[in-house]
Ligand binder design. Structure first.
Ligand code: SAH
Length: 369
């Protein structure tokens, strides 16, 4: 069953970049290669270069005849993202990159190395239209949707940098992707789903990162959560809830006025049932705003009722954003909050947040050139 989505989910292609290989599925890419007058087998060969060897410049595709490379470059490899700069912290194991798209649009991605995994936090939109008052991206408004290839190329660039030993800690492999950078992924639905397919399919269709290692995070667009469940991909779903009551959530996550808490949790349950996976509930803990003991009780109760064991709460101590007077809750309040959620039979942990000092942490991405 697929639910028709309101128009807001698929804005027209206005201002989108030129077509790139990563926008295309295997049939489309074969069609383009044939239009160029090349034999069909070249399509997979080129895709293997991009997804398998992480090469985005046909001049470096040495298995293509030289005469062919310029033609392929023009038709399939416009330069989509140019790195303007990157900044690092945590001894170089957290690295934020600022990218310029070819129309001048700015966006950011953040790479984080951990002992057991390498995670890239990617953007799905330049800016964000959801207007959550505690998030720097939301304060800047939506610039535009990113194309599938602009999303996918963030992944290629990071995977190549890791492989080539450009990131502290020695050569490594990109293992996890989180759609927790700029933007609301489910408001750019089709392009995000296509990007997930490219990220998770094996070469030559994609990078072959396990679906289980990909997380899509949403403010809670309930119909889109259901639609995603029906795609039958086993990616992890994260829902940014931030409070269990509609009264406060209407102000913290304005889209709650359209899809209130009960509807979001119903959709999350549907997702958990279809995917067989636990849903993560994201909760930025804000001093004196949403950190009360009674809210922890209510959160635990509502989640237990809606999702049973198929839920996990991630508390994120609020990261400061420019112009906001809000800050994180004191440690004892945070500890008590965790205890009370757990007392309702719901697992709850505090996220180790990275990148605050380089404005790379959750809610701090503003892509200021
Ligand atoms: N729009 C999606 C994807 C962004 S993910 C979503 O909201 O889920 C970014 C995560 O960081 C979300 O859970 C968001 O609520 C959270 N966040 C935003 N601002 C924050 C801040 N100032 N401190 C901590 N977390 C924040």
């Amino acid at each position: 069953m697929t639910t028709p989505l309101p128009l807001v989910f698929d804005a027209p292609r206005r201002g989108m970049p030129p077509r790139h290989l990563a926008d295309l599925d295997s049939q489309e890419r074969k069609a383009v290669v044939e239009e160029l007058g090349l034999p069909k087998f070249r399509a997979d060969q080129i895709a293997r270069q991009y997804y398998g060897r992480l090469v985005a410049d046909p001049e470096q595709m040495t298995d293509l005849p030289e005469a062919m490379r310029a033609k392929v470059a023009e038709a399939l490899f416009p330069t989509l993202l140019t790195e303007i700069r990157h900044i690092e912290c945590d001894d170089g194991t957290t690295r934020k990159s600022l990218w310029r798209a070819n129309d001048g649009t700015l966006l950011e991605s953040v790479l984080m190395r951990y002992p057991d995994r390498n995670t890239l936090c990617i953007s799905s939109q330049a800016g964000c239209g959801m207007a959550c008052p505690f998030c720097a991206t939301g304060q800047g408004g939506l610039n535009r949707n990113l194309s599938t290839a602009e999303i996918v190329d963030q992944v290629r660039a990071a995977a190549a940098a890791l492989r080539d030993g450009e990131v502290a800690g020695g050569p490594g492999r990109l293992s996890n992707i989180v759609f927790m950078g700029m933007g609301e992924p489910l408001a750019n639905y089709k392009r995000v789903v296509n990007a997930v397919r490219r990220i998770t399919s094996p070469s030559p269709e994609g990078f072959g990162i396990s679906q289980r290692s990909v997380t899509v995070s949403t403010v809670g667009l309930a119909p889109a959560i259901r639609k995603l469940a029906d795609e039958d991909m086993s990616v992890r779903l994260a829902v940014s809830l931030h409070t269990p009551d509609d009264e406060l959530r209407d102000t913290l996550v304005p889209v709650n006025n359209r899809w209130p808490v009960a509807e979001v949790l119903d959709a999350a349950r549907y997702y958990a049932d279809k995917s067989g996976r636990r849903v993560s509930i994201e909760y930025a803990l804000i001093r004196d705003i949403n950190d009360h003991g009674w809210r922890a009780d209510m959160l635990g109760k509502k989640l237990h009722k809606a999702l049973g064991p198929l839920v996990h709460v991630n508390l994120i101590p609020l990261n400061p954003t420019p112009g906001s007077k809000w800050d994180a809750s004191p440690k004892p309040v945070q500890d008590e909050f965790v205890r009370r959620v757990q007392a309702q039979g719901v697992t709850c942990t505090v996220r180790d947040t990275r990148g605050q000092e380089i404005a790379a942490a959750c809610g701090q991405l503003a892509a200021e050139g």
